[in-house]
Ligand binder design. Sequence first.
Ligand code: PLP
Length: 394
Amino acid sequence: MFETLKAQPADKILALMQMYREDPRDTKVDLGVGVYKDATGLTPVMRAVKKAEHQLWETQVSKVYTGLAGDPAFGDAMIDLVLDGAVARDTIAAAATPGGTGAVRQAFELIQMARPDARVFVSDPTWPNHLSILSYLGIETIPYRYFDNETRGVDFDGLIEDLKTARKGDVVLLHGCCHNPTGANLNPAEWDAVIEVLLQTGATPMIDIAYQGFGDGLAEDAAATRKVVAAVPECLIAASCSKNFGIYRERTGLLMAIASDKSAQQLNQQTLAFLNRQNFSFPPDHGARLVTMILNDSALRADWQAELEEVRHAMLGLRTQLAGELQRLSGSDRFGFLAQHRGMFSRLGTTPEMVEKLRADHGIYMVGDSRMNIAGLNAETVPILAKAIIDVGI
Ligand code: PLP
């Protein structure tokens, strides 16, 4: 039977990583894969995670199955972290998932079950996995304008114009903070305008929040999500713990479905459990348990927040350094957007040819759409990157 299979498109980032590994230049810089790296290039296990793992090893007496939606304590802790009481708890259904990707996948399946003809509006560009999962499930996708290649900010007028074409039964997928791949984000007044359009059209928002704490702070990064859920009758939220807890491989995420009332919440909760059952039965527990322990223990939580702040400030520092270096070399402010962007990524806004030239001539590895992982830099490599950008003529 296997001879009928067709080769699937290779993951571009993984192919780039392979090329990077094979590059012998010692000045090479990897800005490709989306993981946080410290100044030494390590993606560390966070201190609070290590401590929680130690405690868990000492105290856990059983690894028997949890519930289909995971341990409810994980759902409660994450709902609190993301929403902080923005809507009544009894309207929220939640299920643990394998990472944020699992939450996104389960959300799309829920949409398809509820509304087989739903169209999902996605920012242009968006995280490529959104598009590939939607296409795999056969869900119609409508891009909305997002990135302005001139200003490297949000094309707000284009976005609003496009979102106005959504209708009731459609879904508008939004990045809660730290937009991937551009790093360009809506400001609070622009979020208000998006909410207005959602209310006018009746379309349902779905918020993907994978970088809470990487932009302006834990509460600040969740502010838009909280504002949206408080304003609209229904909402989906896919949250990931991969980045802000640094537990990428533990596959820890949560899907939340917010309904307009308690009875719809019960149906949603049952449906989320059913969907988990069909796809993988019980969600992974280890990462979810660590997150629960950290969020519910004041000492662990304080240490986690302090380290997350160190991570966030390190990325902001690299942004400022890079923008400053480019200003010095170019004698212009045209790279100021790098300091305005938030999160792990910035889209440089150049052509695939220039991206290839950066790789071939300077050993700078970034994705073809010119997305750079800012955390792939350090104080020594920022000047190398800045010089390369000016040398190739960007
Ligand atoms: N959503 C966005 C926008 C992302 O960038 C990512 C990770 O790169 C995810 C969701 C999901 O990440 P994970 O499945 O590793 O938790």
